[in-house]
Design a protein around this ligand. Structure first.
Ligand code: FAD
Length: 268
């Protein structure tokens, strides 16, 4: 199918972007790797696409006091190649290896993935495991939202009208692990696990396990794998998909937990 007709404008500055996204029926266009297919499938009918890819400041990857700050327009390929990401946000460096295929990775962005909030996508689970800070920009300044409060529901986030996702701040942790099972390398996850250990304890988040990325707080409290796997039965009620029942997904989540356990349970 072909996309419905729409107007297109490329913002030359943040101020212009805010003017444009304030117009009725406007929608932000970043890498277009999710939005354009959804237009072609007539799942979205925006009146105006506001292309923000010219706002190059939003593609920066830099160290800040709060941790590594990755701009919303950083592409999956940039993230995969970044030494700063490998050193200061290794969970992102692990997760990005599982995101899509090269052509998509060259255009798709961090901001687009988090704003879309596909529950099977890798970055939302990473952001939740780290409780990263999402920086939302609006005409009068910025608003910071923790990942725990950012993901509201299926494809639904805390981004308000007139805001755009500008960057994400990733705190540093002691240890981390990202594992995923997918039908083919680069496909969305059947189930994926993002786990971190920091001074405040373990946090484990899953993708492909619910309508949003899902935390597993009971499993994270346990000290043996067997108890953590039992606790996972209370933490997760994964919805079935076309190929996997809920029980299969829960089983696969336990398999990932057993593979991650060495990293998550090593003594300090
Ligand atoms: P766009 O498609 O441009 O936008 C997506 C949505 O986010 C739109 O609603 C848009 O308005 C909004 N948006 C974009 N940027 C911002 C912003 N800065 N602020 C506010 N709103 C914004 N993703 C995975 O995570 N894992 C995969 O395995 C995976 N596999 C894929 C396989 C295929 C075949 C395809 C086509 C895509 C796949 N993707 C996968 C999706 C891909 O990662 C997309 O790039 C990503 O989800 C969206 O990023 P984008 O920059 O392309 O956003």
């Amino acid at each position: 199918m072909k996309a419905p007709s729409f107007a297109y404008a490329k913002a030359k500055s943040l101020a212009e972007a805010f003017d444009l996204i304030g117009r009725p029926g406007a929608k932000i266009l970043a890498g277009g790797q999710s939005l354009i297919p959804s237009l072609n499938m007539r799942l979205a009918h925006p009146d105006l696409l506001v292309d923000i890819t010219g706002l190059r400041d939003l593609a920066a990857i830099e160290m800040k006091p709060a941790g590594l700050c990755i701009g919303a327009l950083a592409t999956h390929s940039q993230i995969a190649r970044s030494e700063l990401v490998a050193r200061h946000a290794p969970l992102m460096a692990e997760a990005v290896k599982h995101v899509a295929h090269p052509a998509i990775r060259n255009r798709g962005t961090l901001g687009g993935s988090l704003a879309l909030a596909d529950p099977a996508a890798e970055y939302p689970a990473v952001a939740l495991a780290l409780n990263a800070t999402i920086v939302l920009a609006h005409r009068r300044g910025e608003r910071r939202v923790s990942a725990e409060h950012f993901f509201k529901g299926l494809f639904d986030t805390d981004i308000r009208p007139g805001e755009l996702l500008a960057a994400v701040e990733f705190p540093q942790v002691e240890r981390c692990v990202f594992l995923e099972l997918a039908r083919r390398q680069g496909d969305y996850a059947i189930i994926g696990l993002a786990g971190v250990v920091s001074a405040s304890g373990k946090r484990i988040a899953f993708c492909g396990a619910g309508g949003t990325p899902v935390l597993a707080p009971r499993a994270a409290k346990e000290s043996t794998l067997e108890a953590a796997q039992r606790a996972l039965e209370k933490d997760l009620q994964p919805p079935a998909d076309l190929y996997h029942s809920s029980a299969t997904k829960l089983h696969l989540a336990k398999v990932l937990l057993s593979r991650a356990w060495n990293t998550l349970s090593k003594p300090h």
